[in-house]
Write a protein that binds this ligand. Structure first.
Ligand code: VGL
Ligand code: ZN
Length: 200
């Protein structure tokens, strides 16, 4: 059992990121039994849920002439365009049915039409907070372990923001899976290590 000041954050284990989903991550479902077991070791368990309105600005379908995985420039910086995924209230946005959802807290993110949100802590402008840091701090939590999907997007952004917010961060890569666009997986792991995460 980890001490009460150490939380588990489970990122985006949703149908659309698992095999057969709209933005499937290879072996995304393979990590679920291990994550469920790991929950037993934590007093504080937080799940995140990617939660986009239809027509979200991160969807390629919202940008005529663009294709999925193109890069565009948004007001807040570069943004990958994705297939439509995790649309609020759809089955794709639901947690994978095998995932334990008896968590303390569920953070939904990416619900503002004009801005994407990979991180559990901040939207992609890196300044609009989700409120998670305040939730953790007011519970006296100063360390987090991060697992889930996808290693090179929502997991690494969450880990890097957690470090920036002063939390001690562990990322268990065996309980994560990545998308890997043009080497994004290796660079995400390097980036998390460089920032001071323990990447196990
Ligand atoms: C994610 C791309 C778009 C993720 C979410 O969970 O890593 N990736 N939305
Ligand atoms: Zn998304």
């Amino acid at each position: 059992m980890h001490p009460a000041d150490h939380a588990l954050i489970v990122i985006d284990v949703q149908n659309d990121f698992c095999p057969g989903g709209a933005l499937e991550v290879k072996e995304g479902d393979v990590i679920i039994p291990g994550i469920n077991a790991l929950m037993n070791d934590f007093d504080a368990v937080i799940l995140t849920q990617d939660w986009h309105p239809a027509g979200h600005s991160s969807f390629a379908s919202s940008h005529p002439g663009r294709s999925a995985y193109d890069m565009i420039e948004m007001s807040y910086g570069p943004q990958v365009l994705w297939p439509d995924h995790c649309i609020q209230m759809t089955g794709g946005a639901a947690f994978h049915p095998a995932l334990r959802t008896d968590a303390n807290m569920i953070i939904r993110k990416g619900f503002r039409p004009g801005i994407d949100s990979y991180s559990a802590f901040f939207e992609n402008d890196r300044v609009t907070p989700t409120g998670l840091a305040g939730y953790l701090r007011t519970r006296g939590i100063d360390a987090v372990t991060v697992v889930g999907l996808a290693t090179d997007f929502c997991v690494s952004y969450s880990a890097q923001d957690a470090i920036r917010m002063g939390f001690a961060v562990t990322v268990l890569t065996e309980l994560c899976r990545g998308i890997d666009l043009d080497g994004s997986l290796a660079s995400a792991i390097d980036g998390m290590r460089r920032d001071g995460a323990r990447v196990a």
